[in-house]
Every structure is written in C-alpha cells, then in structure tokens.
Design a protein around this ligand. Sequence first.
Ligand code: GLY
Length: 371
Amino acid sequence: MSPHETVHVALGARSYDVLVGEDLLATAGDHIAPLMQLDRTIVVTDENVAPRHLETLQRSLSDAGIASDAIVLPPGDGTKNFTQLHGLIDRLLSCRIERASTLIALGGGVIGDLAGFAAAIILRGIDYIQIPTTLLAQVDSSVGGKTAINAAQGKNLIGAFHQPRLVLADIGVLDTLPGRELLAGYAEVVKYGLIDDPDFFAWLEEHGPAIHDGDRSARRKAVVWSCRSKANIVSADEREAGQRALLNLGHTFGHALEAQAGYSDNLLHGEGVAIGMAMAFDLSVRMGLCPAEDAARVRRHFAAVGLPAGLDAVQGTDWNPRALLAHMGRDKKVRDGQMTFILVRGIGQAFSCRDVATRDILATLENFVPS
Ligand code: GLY
C-alpha cells in the first residue's frame, strides 16, 4: 500500500491537498517544508493532544530544518471563544509572527477552527496547515476552510472562510482516540453516504464495525472517501451558496440539541449530528418524502456501530421540544426568519428545504423525547 493517498481540493489559487495515510505526523516536516516561506513556525494544540503527538511533530519539523514554538490551550468546546482567541492572538503577536509565517493547527475541530480563525484575521491573514487528530476533524472540519468561534447566542457564529495550505490526516493517531470520540466522528462519515452516496452507505454497513475495531485499512478508506466527497462539494460551492449546505444534514437539529445540553460532555457534536440525522429522516418520512424503511435502515446502522439514534441514550438534559425549537430559530442558517432543513427523499438523496411546518418539526422532536 502506498504511504499515503492524496485528495485535491480544487479552488484555483486557494487549492490544496489533503494527505491521508499512516506516519504522516512523523514525516510532517517533509510535506510542510516546501510550503513554508520561513524556517520557523508556531504549532497551536491542546493539553490532551500535546502529550501524545506534539513531540513527534516538532521532531519531524526540526529534522526538516523548521524551528517551532508551541502554544498549548485547554481542551474542549469552551476554548472556542473570544477570550481564548484574544489570548492566542496576543501570544502569536508576541512570538514575532509575520505575514510570511505559517501556523500549524494540531488537534481536533476546536483547535482547527480556533487556530484557523486566528490565521484568517491576524495581520489580515496568514497561511495555516491542519493536522487533524480526531476522526471528526479528519473527515469534516479540517477540510473546506470554515473557521470559527462560538458566541453566547450560538455555535460558530463568528468566523471566516480561510482555506488551509495543506491537511495531513494521519490514520495512526486515531489509535489513541477514545472510543466515544471515534464514534462521534463516525457520524460525519455516515453523513456523506446519506447525502448523495448510497454505495458508500452500503459499504459502511458492511465495514463500519471493522472501522470501530481498529482496522486501519478500513479507516483509511473511510477517511479518503469522506475527504473526496467533501473536496468535491467544497470545490463546487466554497462559500455555501447552495450544494455545501447539504453538509448540514442533521445539524439544524444537532446544534439545537447541543445548545440544550449546554455544549457539555453529555452530548458530543458528532452524537448530536447522529441524532439530528435520525430526526431529519423522521421528519422526511413524516412529510411523506422518504420511505420509512430508509429511516429504519439508518437507525439499524447506528445501533450496529453503537451510535445514538435517540435522546434516551443522553442523560442529564431536559429535552423540552419547545426549547429545542427556540434554539433552532437562532441557527445561522435562518433566512428571512425561516429555518432551513436538509431533508431526504431516501438514503443518498438529501436536499435543502425551507418549507417545513412547525407542527411537523414539533412532532418529530416529541417523537424523540424520552417518555
Ligand atoms: N462542516 C460543514 C462544512 O464544512 O460545510
């Protein structure tokens, strides 16, 4: 097997490659050095990732003649806020950052989004490289240039489109990822099958358990397949004028669930997306758009790999349907006061819809609230 596979994100002058393979962390310097204008860089990471992977990355950079400093931030979604962004920018400026500097984001979606946003605004924009260390970041957040922090009013409400120069997705780092995190990231993998690729969904039905049991070849194939899907969508619609919105399948519901859970560990983002996708299928069936068997097949697959498809699996939160509806009304995809839903005509047939009756949304939410 070749050491890595390359997925190209075609965006004209902002094009870049996503490399997927093993040992990419240990050889990162070789891939990064040709893109660097200076022989020093700053790695932004968090306290969970640093002990596992920072030394390997810094050694590889140093072997390639690149000196590096590291900024290590607290882990968790709470880090994606103005206070941490301010602190990060302050430290970057103190580290003599220049227009020609390149930042490296080493971590999951929180670090990628925060460091990417800092790179987008510091000195009016500098280069950055994504080294995602979670499955969710490898298949979704590190690719496509969405960067953001959260606001009191909701998730990812302050941000910028700023494409990375390179993404290095090292499959080996997934071995050290806690099982719950891996599973949460897997929801975003399934999403690509549900949006427009029924063959991928069928492949996941067969190989999903192997992915969770640590089969590196299956993991690599799933990450490459997902990154190809994402690259195609982003290349066609970088700024979400149309097709890219399909990547929000499960997210209007999912973000509301996360908000109601207080962005706590009760519900990880990917778990919210999984339940949100089950809700989107339920709503589509309810509206007479999708065969009930397709919704049941999705729930069966989630059960087979251990992903939650309902709220009964999530403890410690009051799942009030009206409160969830209110959160949905604050989503950034609201247009002219109307919510946008990604619905389905079946597995692999997602589409965007603004014409959804509140009574149907409430009926779906009520169907999922534990009795
Ligand atoms: N995570 C959705 C997107 O990148 O558009």
